[in-house]
Design a protein around this ligand. Structure first.
Ligand code: S3P
Length: 182
């Protein structure tokens, strides 16, 4: 199943609630790889939740911590990495993504992202409070170009984590095929 040219790591990007963590865990367990999630590592290093970092220290401090975590996680081998939804749009983010990293954009529509996020509870400071849909729409619009820099994109609305993991495994077997783009 695994060929010699397999990527060293997989990076999942996409909007909040696009299924990066659940798909990442599923894929890592199938590969026998580690799974790392930006937000979990950021919270562990800061000793407080992402929501508290935003409210007590501000978004700029969160982005600073996020960048350090990104650099460390994107140097790990045999690891599936789930980024935070805002990271791909930060300056310099994609410079950290090396050739041997297979990047995948999990695509989700605004409506589904907002519905899933509200079901998951108030863990996302950027989707808190009034006007959530308008807020999310602005963010999504501003980030799509950044997400589209990923090597592949998959529909995370129709397919759940098991199917997405299947698809990613197939793509990994095909790597590195320069024609196998998006
Ligand atoms: C953010 C997404 C969150 C988290 C933080 C900021 C964003 O991650 O990093 O709340 O800017 O979109 P998820 O995409 O895992 O929810």
């Amino acid at each position: 199943m695994v060929n010699d040219d397999m990527p060293e790591r997989v990076l999942l990007v996409g909007f909040m609630a696009s299924g990066k963590s659940s798909t990442g865990k599923e894929l890592a367990s199938r590969l026998g790889w580690d799974f790392r999630d930006f937000d979990t590592v950021i919270a562990a290093r800061a000793g407080k939740s992402v929501s508290r970092i935003f409210s007590e220290d501000g978004e700029a401090e969160f982005r600073r911590l996020e960048s350090g975590v990104a650099e460390d996680l994107l140097a790990r081998s045999n690891t599936v990495v789930a980024s935070g939804g805002g990271w791909p749009a930060q300056p310099g983010a994609w410079k950290m993504v090396t050739e041997n990293t297979m990047s995948i954009w999990l695509k989700v529509s605004l409506a589904v992202a907002v519905r899933r996020a509200s079901e998951q509870g108030p863990t996302r400071p950027l989707l808190d409070g009034e006007g959530v849909t308008e807020q999310a729409a602005m963010l999504l619009l501003g980030r799509e170009t950044a997400y589209s820099r990923a090597r592949y994109s998959l529909d995370s609305e129709q397919y759940g984590p098991p199917e997405l993991a299947d698809e990613i495994l197939k793509l990994m077997e095909r790597e590195p095929d320069p024609k196998a783009k998006k």
